[in-house]
Design a protein around this ligand. Structure first.
Ligand code: ADP
Ligand code: MG
Length: 259
């Protein structure tokens, strides 16, 4: 039977699996193979959420999807991130990882840019049968706006809260959240966030969902609800995903209490 304490949710940033400087979908196949290898030994229940990188952000920007409803632009962007998901899922299966793509457009509804509802029954069912659901940043239908761009960084805390995950990691392409000297900030709590916020910004590449500050705010909101500690770490560094999955305390912890 599915036990939520043993659920791990791992986000792999678009900055890791794609070339985010590109204007249109450039995938880093070797990186996905490396990541698949690191995940392949993991025995517990796992949900993977990957970012959109250059398969989603430049398209969303081109069609101003965060500002206005655009049918053609929404569909082009959705199809593009779906392509990336298919590549990721294909490579995971090559490494004997039973992964299935779950596209948020097909099972999620947003309101004003925030996730309102999501069908989760099939995800529980997959986990019970040792299938790894692979979700991703996507364009989804939105009650108020028509469509909205939903970041993987928003999907991770939503799932963590709904499904009461035990381990939560956000893999990106920096050592964690960095201060003004480039050192990794070990812990961010609601208390020190006011001070460290000045050092945290958006993305240096195209990212319509808030870059590092967006991540920290999403994870703080989750921890603020008295729930779970998450870690932002460097998934571009070989070995780090495996270390995170083993429970090592790498990167920056986002938590409601001092640890
Ligand atoms: N204080 C900070 N520490 C780390 N990264 C930061 C910080 N401030 C801004 N950033 C930027 O945020 C980026 C991470 O966000 P993003 O590009 O959205 O990653 P992802 O593709 O993993 O979602 C970093 O590559 C960096 O350019
Ligand atoms: Mg991002």
């Amino acid at each position: 039977m599915f036990s939520s304490e043993s659920l791990t949710i791992l986000k792999i940033g678009g900055s890791v699996i794609t070339d985010k400087r590109a204007e249109d979908g450039v995938v880093r196949v070797n990186e996905i193979h490396r990541i698949a290898q690191e995940i392949s030994g993991f025995q517990k229940k796992l949900i993977i959420v990957h970012g959109a990188g250059s398969f989603g952000h430049p398209q969303a920007k081109k069609f101003s999807l965060s500002e206005q409803f655009n049918v053609a632009g929404s569909i082009i962007t959705h199809l593009s991130v779906k392509d990336l998901c298919n590549i990721v899922v294909g490579i995971l299966n090559e490494h004997n990882i039973s992964a299935v793509g779950v596209h948020p457009m097909c099972c999620m509804l947003a309101d004003n840019g925030r996730i309102k509802t999501m069908f989760l029954d099939h995800i529980y069912c997959m986990l019970e049968r040792d299938i790894i659901p692979v979700l991703h940043g996507d364009v989804v239908m939105d009650n108020s706006l028509g469509t909205s761009v939903i970041s993987g960084d928003q999907i991770v805390p939503y799932l963590a809260k709904q499904m009461k995950a035990g381990l939560l990691g956000i893999g990106s392409a920096t050592e964690g959240v960095l201060d003004n000297k480039g050192s990794t900030i070990p812990v961010i709590t609601p208390k020190n966030f006011r001070n460290v916020k000045q050092h945290i910004g958006g993305s240096e590449n195209t990212d319509v969902t808030g870059g590092m500050l967006g991540k920290v705010q999403e994870m703080l909101e989750l921890s603020d609800n008295g729930y779970i500690t998450s870690r932002i770490f460097n998934a571009s560094k070989p070995g780090n995903i495996e270390r995170f999955l083993k429970g090592e305390k790498i990167g920056t912890a986002i938590t409601h209490e001092q640890i």
